[in-house]
Design a protein around this ligand. Structure first.
Ligand SMILES: *[C@@H]1O[C@H](CO)[C@@H](O)[C@H](O)[C@H]1NC(C)=O
Ligand SMILES: *[C@@H]1O[C@H](CO)[C@@H](O)[C@H](O)[C@H]1NC(C)=O
Length: 462
């Protein structure tokens, strides 16, 4: 009997070890086609690779049509008694937003505001890619470092407007500033969408690397949140030679070892996570309950983006409810119990409507949601990027209300040079937008640490 138990135990351990090492053994970096064409076929070979200035334009016809649609919506069913945002956007609140958008939002003033930074477009692999680029003017002894900064869904380049000035001017304690390149993801806002299936995160990583190369940057720093976080993580995985440092406000690893450690921590949390942070991860049942409750949008967008795209393209009130509900619950989980969704606690109406305007004026909600479908395609999953480690120096900025939390020992199985993490007791998913000072200060701190890491590493190589 005792012998049998031992045999079973050894077999089980052997299987676990085999699985563990299989998951942990280094995988080779896949080679993607750096020139894959995403635009119309008839434009192949006729590409114009110049960089053209671009201006945001809210034209009269669009504004007139938008106001008409906002004002002509049917009456919405009142919310249930005593309910905040638990059932989604509270319809007792929506009229104040609609009337603000139609009557108070100053389109010409906001258009000028959005144009306060220099915008450009350039064609890459058949798509006109939009980006903001700021080259700061600084004294000669101040270094200017290129930083690619990427937004997510349902955000846009607008998320960075408050942080941009903080990153492009001199800051006490640092002898560098950033040249910022802030692109729109293809299919989002002012960047063209692909015309055929297959443009997921790794393909966008290729496009944005080509963008940086075209702007004269062979090596650069990257920053991202939400999809931006995913894209910069993939860039660090695919192009470790080019990425000088990787800062993320949603750093996340799905490496098998990370999953094993997370699972072990469910039984022995003290092995995995500091005591005061354990409640950000465990019990796992709360995390899964949260995912079930809040991630329906992801399932929908990953499977039927074009169907949900129809009402959101046709109705600005629908677009508003769909997007702002995310700005409520992803900023703070408890906001869903508030009648107004806590939307005004951290954002102004103008800020949030600017972001809506980027989706509405470009008619890009459907193409933005298709990104979910592409990301979960078999073609992309089979690249196995989650299993490939990266030695790019990495830093995680971890907001209190971010959708998930992983401690350093879970992250470092994928990011083998995790230089540091900053754990915040405040802030949510749209961190640059919500707490620009905290965000910018952390980017400076992390990049200083990346530079020090490179210096030390250079020394040891000599
Ligand atoms: C919009 O803003 C512009 C510039 O600040 C101002 O001249 C104009 O009167 C404003 N329009 C409305 C309707 O408030
Ligand atoms: C994207 O898809 C990959 C698998 O292809 C998955 O591991 C990852 O969680 C997805 N990311 C997002 C943000 O949906």
């Amino acid at each position: 009997m005792g012998f049998l138990v031992k045999v079973v135990l050894v077999a089980a351990l052997g299987a676990a070890a085999w699985y563990y090492f299989k998951g942990c053994c280094p995988k080779t970096i896949p080679k993607l086609d750096n020139n894959e064409w995403w635009g119309p076929k008839e434009l192949v070979g006729k590409q114009d690779s110049s960089i053209k200035p671009f201006k945001v334009k809210f034209d009269e016809a669009m504004i007139k049509d938008l106001k008409l649609r906002l004002k002509n919506h049917r009456a919405f069913r009142p919310p249930l008694e005593g309910v905040g945002f638990e059932y989604g956007f509270n319809t007792a609140q929506i009229d104040s937003w609609i009337s603000y958008w139609a009557d108070k939002y100053n389109f010409s003033e906001r258009e000028a505001f959005l144009n306060k930074f220099p915008h450009f477009k350039t064609n890459i692999q058949g798509l006109d890619i939009h980006f903001i680029r700021i080259k700061p003017e600084v004294p000669k002894d101040v270094e200017v470092l290129p930083l690619l900064m990427i937004h997510g869904w349902p955000g846009s380049v607008r998320e960075f407007y408050e942080a941009i000035p903080l990153l492009t001017r001199q800051t006490a304690g640092y002898n560098f500033v950033f040249e910022l390149i802030v692109p729109s993801i293809p299919g989002y806002g002012f960047s063209d969408p692909a015309v055929r299936p297959g443009l997921g995160m790794p393909q966008v990583a290729v496009i944005f690397r080509n963008l940086m190369n075209r702007l004269g940057h062979k090596k650069f720093y990257v920053q991202g949140g939400d999809w931006g976080a995913g894209i910069v993580s993939v860039m660090s995985t695919l192009f470790p030679e080019d990425i000088l440092g990787h800062h993320s406000n949603m750093l996340f690893s799905q490496h098998t070892c990370s999953m094993v450690r997370t699972f072990v921590g469910a039984f022995f949390p003290s092995l995995i996570v500091e005591e005061h942070l354990a409640s950000r991860m465990y019990p796992l049942s709360s995390f899964f309950a949260y995912v079930l409750e809040e991630f329906g949008y992801m399932h929908l967008q990953a499977t039927k983006p074009d169907t949900i795209g129809v009402p959101l393209t046709d109705s600005p009130a629908g677009l508003l409810a769909y997007i702002l509900e995310k700005f409520s619950t992803w900023t703070k989980k408890e906001y869903k119990f508030k009648p107004d969704g806590g939307l005004s606690n951290r954002f102004t109406k103008d800020q949030l409507i600017d972001n809506l305007m980027i989706y509405w004026s470009t008619n890009s909600i459907t193409t933005s949601m298709r990104f979910y479908a592409e990301n979960f395609s078999h073609k992309i999953m089979s690249l196995g990027l989650d299993q490939i480690t990266t030695a790019v120096p990495t830093w995680g900025l971890q907001a209190k209300e971010e959708l998930m939390y992983q401690p350093p020992n879970v992250l470092s199985t994928k990011f083998t040079n995790l230089i540091g993490t900053t754990v915040l007791d405040d802030g949510g998913h749209f961190l640059a937008f919500e707490l620009p000072q905290v965000f910018a200060a952390d980017v400076f701190k992390a990049v200083k640490a990346f530079k020090e890491w490179h210096q030390t590493n250079k020394k040891t190589e000599l």
